[in-house]
Structures are given as structure tokens and as C-alpha cells.
Write a protein that binds this ligand. Sequence first.
Ligand SMILES: NC(=O)c1ccc[n+]([C@@H]2O[C@H](COP(=O)([O-])OP(=O)(O)OC[C@H]3O[C@@H](n4cnc5c(N)ncnc54)[C@H](O)[C@@H]3O)[C@@H](O)[C@H]2O)c1
Ligand SMILES: O=C(O)CC[C@@H](O)C(=O)O
Length: 526
Amino acid sequence: MTHKKVLVADRIAKEGIDVLRDKGYDVDVKLDLTEDELAAQIAPYDAIVVRSATPVTRRVIEAAENLKIIGRAGVGVDTIDLDAATERGVIVCNAPTSNIMSAAEHTMALMLACARQLPQANASMHEGKWERSKFLGKELYEKTLAIFGLGRIGGLVAERARAFGMKIIGHDPYCSPERADQLGVELFERVEDVLARADFITVHLPKTPETIGMFGPEEFAAMKDGVVLINAARGGIYNVKSLSDFVAAGKIFAAGIDMFEEEPCTGSPLHEFDNVLLTPHLGASTHEAQVRAGVQIAEYVSSGLEGSIVPTALNMTLVPPEMMDAVGPYVPACQMMGRILAQILGCIPKTLRVEAAGTIANADASILVAGALDGILAYRRAGSVTPVNVESVAVRHGIKVDTASIADADEYASAVKVVADGVEVGATLFGSMQRPRIMSLLDYKIDIAPAKQSLVFEYVDAPGRIGAIGTLLGNEGVNITTMQIGTKPSEKTALVYMNVEGSVNDQLLEKLSSTLDFKNVWSFSL
Ligand SMILES: NC(=O)c1ccc[n+]([C@@H]2O[C@H](COP(=O)([O-])OP(=O)(O)OC[C@H]3O[C@@H](n4cnc5c(N)ncnc54)[C@H](O)[C@@H]3O)[C@@H](O)[C@H]2O)c1
Ligand SMILES: O=C(O)CC[C@@H](O)C(=O)O
């Protein structure tokens, strides 16, 4: 049995790697790869796990032949090309709550260290000095703290700052007044209204075109003299050139910066100032956060690889777990039906209809459509389809997709029918292992478990046909292992579905067609 392969491309906690190995994956840890090296090595991997050091670029994603999921052991996914992943049907997920407490605590550490000039005082002591009067600090108590971005980390910072007796104001166009009330934050719509009031400013924003450079010369000019600025979110939210100009001009008491536009960052204008406290992207660097991030991302990556829900997937809609339990097992059946249809049609269909019946009638059909389309395209070697890219793949191939819910699944509890360019195949699931069973083909009612290799004959019904087929196959060394016959009495036609063992080649099919005058003969390998 081949094991799924996971590449861990950044340092994650050993506990996370143990989870992946315990689940039976082949895990390779390869650190500090360049983009060229990663693109050259990614092909065999089913999953990749990264932190912020290793970008997963379009080039890397396009070089990945088996990739199903990209796991980010942390929050920010700005180093992953989400569009490229979505086009390829690759799930991108993160561990969004794993390190938020550490990031919030690091923010508080930076605020306190800036306010009391701890790094400068520490450096002075290490030089053997005793400069008590030089390091006059500020209290946090009764100061106004402005928080830009009142999401997970911004919210935790608000709660902690309240304990220091700070008054908290904020700006976040997406934060509801109820959440702001709950956090004890006075919300302002206009950035300038916040800037004019704040003694301390901290940003907890994602990296977006709006937020990069959000604070430039005008914004720094609008701040109070002696302000303290913190950035433990993403590099470049404070424009670095303006920040250093305003620090040099003495407007800013201190700044605590954990994030940089280019990382690693070993030289920037900010390095010149003693009152700019720099940390090398340490917000998430605690033992607790790293264990949480590693273990959570290992669990999510494994869910994605096993076809289950990935609760933190960023580029696919979430399906509720109970729905996934009901429809998930139908995905292999839909892939199997897709492969059958591709072999009957011999081309990519123009129309595809998926009908979910019985207990799964109201399920999210996108998973089923993705399975059917994946089966059709896999046989034609045209790329893999998942719920992430099902819509774009259908559009790219010009396939008109339609779905239907049918309340009654006939004599089955549930069933799925797939119809491509008018050719129909239906399946249900059987037994405790929920194995697919074909229950109709070309509207003939049958009931057979599909096997690796099958022959299907459609003919005008007449006695002796099955015997003749059996004799011919026997003469060619082909053994029939199971067989089902379906009839359409009104059309006087029949269809026989045989699972076979032995060599079925074009010559044999030619011989079968010419000798026995069938309407249709197909050979499927599944
Ligand atoms: N320093 C670290 O090591 C570290 C660790 C974890 C997270 N982070 C970073 O911290 C940041 C915040 O993370 P989070 O988990 O709190 O994210 P989040 O998504 O929970 O919160 C972000 C908030 O920003 C708000 N927002 C978006 N655009 C805005 C805009 N233009 N103006 C004002 N508000 C805006 C959103 O509404 C949201 O409430 C992210 O950039 C994340 O990558 C850094
Ligand atoms: O240490 C890390 O992995 C980065 C943490 C942080 O930037 C994040 O976005 O989660």
C-alpha cells in the first residue's frame, strides 16, 4: 500500500509531525528550501505544511502533481497563492486560533517594554552603567489605546489592556457595535478621529492592499506627540520610511515592531533608533503556540487528505459535519460513475446532471458534482476536481452542470444518479463498509458491485445471447466473475453488465461486436 506523502517545509512542533506520522503518512521534513528547490521537489507530495518562512507560490503549486492541501501552521496565509491553489482544487487551511494568545501577549510585552524603555535600560546595565534618571517611562494606566483591527488578536489585546486600566478606542469597519461593546471599545469610523486621541496605537490587521501602507506621513502627522506604536501583525502596515522619519523627528516616544515587509530583515532604517524595539517575528514563538499550531494543522491536513471536513479551509464552503457524514461516502461512487460515463461517451460531456435521492436529497450537491467531474476528467487525465475548484473546472471545460433533489430513492434509502450528455448511471451504497453498487445504467435496472474490469453489452433481447457471449469469452480466456442483466421490455432490448478477468483488448471487442450483432459493447476499467 502506498502512503500519502506530506512535506513539512518549515519548523513545526515535533508533536505536529508525530500526529501526521501516527496517522500513517510518509512525512518528509525539508527546511529552508528556495522556491526553485521546492518547485523541483513538490511533485509527489499530497500535502505541504508551512509557517511564514516558506512561500507557496503559483510556480510551486503548478509544479505539484498530487497536491490536495496546503496547511499553514499559524494565522496569516499571505505567503500562499490562494488563487493558484483554488484553480488547482487545492485546499488551503490554517490554524487560526493556535497562536493568537501568544501574539496578544507579545503585543502587551512590546507595549510595556516600549513604555518603560526596558531594552535600553537592560543594554545600559549590561554595559556596567547605573542610569536611573535616564529611563523615565510612561504608565499604561488611564492612557488611551487605539486598536486597528478588532478580530481575534485585537479582541484579546483589548481585554488585556482593560486590565491595565486603559481606555480603549478602535477602528474596524467589519466589527459590529455589539462586539465592540462586549470588548469595551469605543468604535470610530474615521481613522483620523482615532489617531488624534490615542496615546498608544496597535495594529492587528491582515495584510491586504488596503492595510499595507495604511499609516503614512499624513497619519503620523495626525498622531499625538509622544505616541507609542506597536505592530505585531504584518510588515509595512506602518510605512517604514515615514515611521523612521517621525521617530527621527522626536514625534514618537517608542515603537515596538515584530513584523517586516521582507523577512528575514537584518537592516532597515528602523535599526538606527534605540527607542524602536525590534523582534524577529516572535509573536507566535512560544512553546504553547507552536504545539497548538503544529497539532491543529496536522489534524486539519489529515482531514483534508481523508476527504473529511476541513474546518479552517479558506477557499471552500463549509459543509456541516452531519451532511458530510451522509454525502461524503458517495464521493467515491460519483467518481466511479464519472469514469464509467467518460468511457461510454469517449469525450468530455457538454452537460452533467447529478441527482441526489432519498436521505441525501437535500445534501450539498457540489461535493457529488466534484466527485463525478473528477471521475470524468481523471479518466481523460485532465486534472483533479475537488469542491474547491468544481465550478471553475466546469466552466473551463464548457460543461453545463445541473443538480436535482429527488425525495424518493425507489427501494433504496439513498442513491445518486449521474447523467452526462443524456447517458445515465445510478449507484447506491451497500453494507456497513458503504461500498458503491451500480443500480442502473442507460436506464436499465441492474444491481451489481463494480469491479476493476467490466464488459457491458446492449442488444435486442433474444434467447441464447448470454450463452453465446460466455462461449466466446471462454474461448478467448476471459473469465466472467459476476454478471447482471437488465431489460427494457417495451423496447425489447437488454443490457448485460459483466465483471471479468483476463485480457480484454480492442481485437476482442471487435470480435464480440462483429460476431454477435450487439447494439453497443463497452469495456470499462475502473
Ligand atoms: N506576530 C505574529 O507572529 C502573528 C501571529 C499571529 C497572527 N499575526 C497576524 O496578526 C493579524 C491579525 O490576526 P487575527 O487572527 O486577529 O486576524 P482576524 O482576521 O481575526 O482580525 C483581523 C481584523 O482586521 C479587521 N480589518 C480588516 N481590514 C481592515 C481595515 N482596512 N481597517 C480596519 N480593520 C480591518 C477585520 O475586520 C478583522 O476584525 C494578521 O495579520 C495575522 O497574520 C501575527
Ligand atoms: O511563527 C509563525 O509561524 C508566524 C506566525 C504569524 O505570523 C501568523 O500569521 O500566524
